[in-house]
Design a protein. Structure first.
Length: 448
């Protein structure tokens, strides 16, 4: 049985929100605030229902009538592509403000700016596609999973990634099919490019058991790809035998080239290898760095926690005078990249390969920092890490987050150390999805 409803808002997720005639919350995918539609509940919970659209009777003015991706309704990557971009920004800002309110964090929402992209397409400089061999014809397909399933969609064109990846990925699928490299060995394909598309890195994430048997095939595939794509400067194989949702393993073998590409960013030449963390949207990342530069002073001591390839700390050290930079990162290859980039750019810095949990005991008051930069994964920082960073008595903690839920949780935790939120901006790092980046600045209050 179908019922009629008007969509009210967007969740921080794929679902639009409405209420039925009894006031119960409805969660509906591919709907847009302002839509009037008929729906059918397919999963009823205690506090809310999941529902499907039966028919849109009146389309919202906020809808994008003709999104460029024809599979956006089922692909797990772009949950909001059916909403026009200006409205996406407003919904993301509203969600960020709601997270503050629900966690009782006092901050003037009028002070929150949200930074959109000038052109919200072709921005992803890195993709990782899972692969699957089609049993009927032994062809390899690669792409994203259909929402809420393990069904792989064979993506041939993705408008949010660098366009060169479309052709290169099709060539990879063809070469793997011809050379009989199947999903029993190959798990994922990773591509990353610098911003002028002059250098591309390709990595095959594989299971180790058949690596020696497939070496000649891999060499042949990489050689053929390089002949067609001269931008492909390096090819690696990353080994991951773990049955987890962690994509990259801890061992990478270089097959072609030096194993890294070089990116020009903020006056720096940065080394980026297979396992290194580097933001996928370089234009929006530059906006984050610009905001930080306006806040950081010369002659400062900076701790760059979760430093990845060192991009944030090195960018600030390049822009400011007499910066003492110390970075911590658990991924060995990323630390090696950070050290190489510091040397190449004439920047004095000390980078340590360790987890913040393990290294926290070394962050005592004798190592007082002016600024702590915190850029954790989506799960945020642990209490042990936050305790250690707060006990450095840094004047400011600058927190870059891709998850507003864990961001506000960690801000609330740091309040007990007398750190108060003084600055908060949203940066749309991931257009057409519900995800976004936030930059928060917390300052140590005078009553500490």
């Amino acid at each position: 049985m179908s019922n009629k409803v008007k969509i009210e808002s967007m969740s921080h997720g794929a679902f639009a929100i409405a209420r039925n005639e009894d006031g119960k919350v409805l969660m509906i995918e591919n709907a847009c605030p302002g839509d009037e539609l008929l729906y059918e509940v397919y999963d009823s919970r205690h506090d809310f229902d999941y529902a499907n659209i039966i028919e849109i009777q009146l389309e919202s003015d906020l809808r994008d009538i003709d999104p460029p991706c024809k599979i956006h309704k089922i692909c797990g990557s772009c949950q909001w592509q059916h909403i026009n971009y200006e409205a996406q920004i407003q919904f993301k800002k509203t969600n960020l403000i709601d997270f503050l309110r629900k966690n009782h964090i006092e901050f003037d929402s009028q002070k929150i700016d949200f930074h959109p992209m000038d052109n919200p397409w072709n921005y992803r400089n890195k993709i990782i596609y899972p692969v699957e061999t089609v049993s009927e014809n032994n062809r390899l397909k690669a792409g994203y999973y259909k929402r809420n399933t393990n069904e792989l969609i064979n993506v041939k064109h993705c408008p949010i990634q660098y366009s060169i990846f479309d052709d290169l990925m099709e060539a990879i699928k063809n070469e793997c099919t011809i050379n009989v490299v199947t999903d029993s060995f190959l798990r994922h394909v990773l591509l990353r490019s610098n911003s002028d598309f002059s250098q591309i890195l390709c990595s095959f994430i594989v299971r180790s058991k058949d690596l020696d048997r497939n070496r000649s095939r891999l060499n042949r595939i990489f050689t053929n790809l390089q002949s067609k794509f001269p931008q492909l400067k390096t090819c690696t194989v990353n080994i991951n035998d773990d049955s987890t949702n962690v994509i990259l393993g801890k061992t990478t073998e270089v097959f072609v080239g030096q194993g890294f590409i070089l990116e020009s960013f903020e006056g720096l030449e940065l080394k980026i290898s297979t396992e290194s963390f580097f933001q996928v949207n370089i234009n929006q990342f530059a906006k984050i760095i610009s905001l930080m530069k306006n806040y950081i002073n010369d002659n400062s001591k900076i701790l760059d926690a979760y430093c990845g390839a060192g991009t944030i700390g090195l960018s600030l050290a390049k822009a400011k005078q007499n910066i003492e930079l110390f970075g911590i990162e658990v991924v060995k290859s990323a630390v090696e990249d950070a050290i190489s980039s510091a040397l190449a750019n004439g920047i004095k810095a000390n980078f340590v390969c360790d987890s913040l949990e393990n290294y926290s005991s070394h962050l005592d008051n004798e190592k007082k920092f002016d600024y702590v930069i915190l850029n954790p994964p989506r799960k945020g920082a642990t209490n042990k890490v936050l305790d250690a960073l707060a006990n450095t008595n840094a004047n400011s903690i600058i927190y870059v987050s891709c998850n507003p839920s864990t961001l506000v949780r960690d801000i609330k935790y740091l309040e007990k150390y007398n750190y108060q939120l003084k600055f908060l901006n949203g940066i749309d790092m991931f257009p057409h999805s519900f995800h976004f980046e936030s930059l928060a600045i917390l300052e140590k209050t005078s009553n500490a």
